[in-house]
Design a protein around this ligand. Structure first.
Ligand code: ZN
Length: 255
């Protein structure tokens, strides 16, 4: 099974299109949430996500932008963008976002794999360091591989018999489309973030995504990718809307 992993699309149509164009062959898609918020193409990105199908987990911005939760814990810019998004979403897309399932999600075709937006116990938790990862690895009943999003940081954590490490893909170039392969080991457990399609925050502006090749015997792999996209167009859409201009600036910085 080849599973395409996308997360935190955040209404960035240009980044989403570049990812889908560059993506290798896959059998199924998993979308780890935050389809909307921040960027300027919420309806287009919802429509493409619906058409793509697959497995979904809801994100905190999906809840806030569809009115399921308020924006009390959002910073001012995120709150403005959530209100902007809610006012523009079609009734169909608002309803679709409200119905996205809360993680953790499992799929029969992928035993020992779990999908969450933030973390297994708390959909809004940011898994940012080994301490948070360790706590999650220690919880009973967890899958061997957990795919998560929310931090907008590509990479993740592995638990080698109680020793927890953080890792980030080591790409050979900061230009063009790049790939990094992680070989999975039986007995090691993983928390893996494909990165953010629409608003990366690891200093690399290129859209991030990943592909999981499920275990065949003892060999499994995760391929991480970065792909450039039409960032000028994505920024132009933000600047010509009433969204805060700094949302356009941060795209270029990858922050
Ligand atoms: Zn997000």
């Amino acid at each position: 099974m080849r599973l395409l992993l996308i997360s935190d699309l955040h209404a960035n149509l240009e980044a989403f299109e570049a990812v889908m164009e560059a993506a290798p062959d896959y059998d199924m898609v998993a979308n780890l949430g935050d389809v909307v918020g921040y960027n300027a193409s919420p309806n287009e990105v919802c429509a493409r996500s619906v058409a793509l199908g697959g497995l979904f987990v809801r994100g905190n911005h999906d809840r806030a932008c569809s009115g399921l939760t308020n924006t009390a814990d959002f910073n001012p810019v995120a709150a403005i963008s959530a209100r902007w998004t809610q006012m523009r979403l079609t009734p169909e897309h608002l309803e679709w976002l409200r119905r996205l399932p809360k993680g953790p999600i499992r799929d029969n075709s992928l035993p020992d794999v779990e999908f969450v937006h933030g973390a297994p116990e708390d959909e809004d938790e940011y898994l940012l360091n080994v301490f948070g990862a360790e706590e999650n690895f220690r919880m009973p009943g967890q899958a061997d591989i957990i795919f998560f999003g929310h931090t907008h940081l590509q990479g993740g954590f592995l638990d080698e018999r109680g020793k927890v490490h953080q890792f980030t893909p080591a790409y050979e170039s900061v230009h063009g489309a790049v790939e990094f392969e992680l070989r999975l080991q039986r007995g090691t457990r993983y928390l893996i973030n494909p990165g953010s399609v629409g608003q990366p925050r690891d200093g690399d502006w290129r859209a991030a995504y990943a592909l999981y090749e499920s275990y065949n015997g003892d060999s499994g792999r995760v391929h991480f990718y970065r792909v450039p996209y039409d960032i000028d167009q994505a920024q132009e859409r933000i600047l010509s809307s009433s969204l805060p201009p700094r949302l356009a600036m941060r795209l270029r910085l990858g922050r």
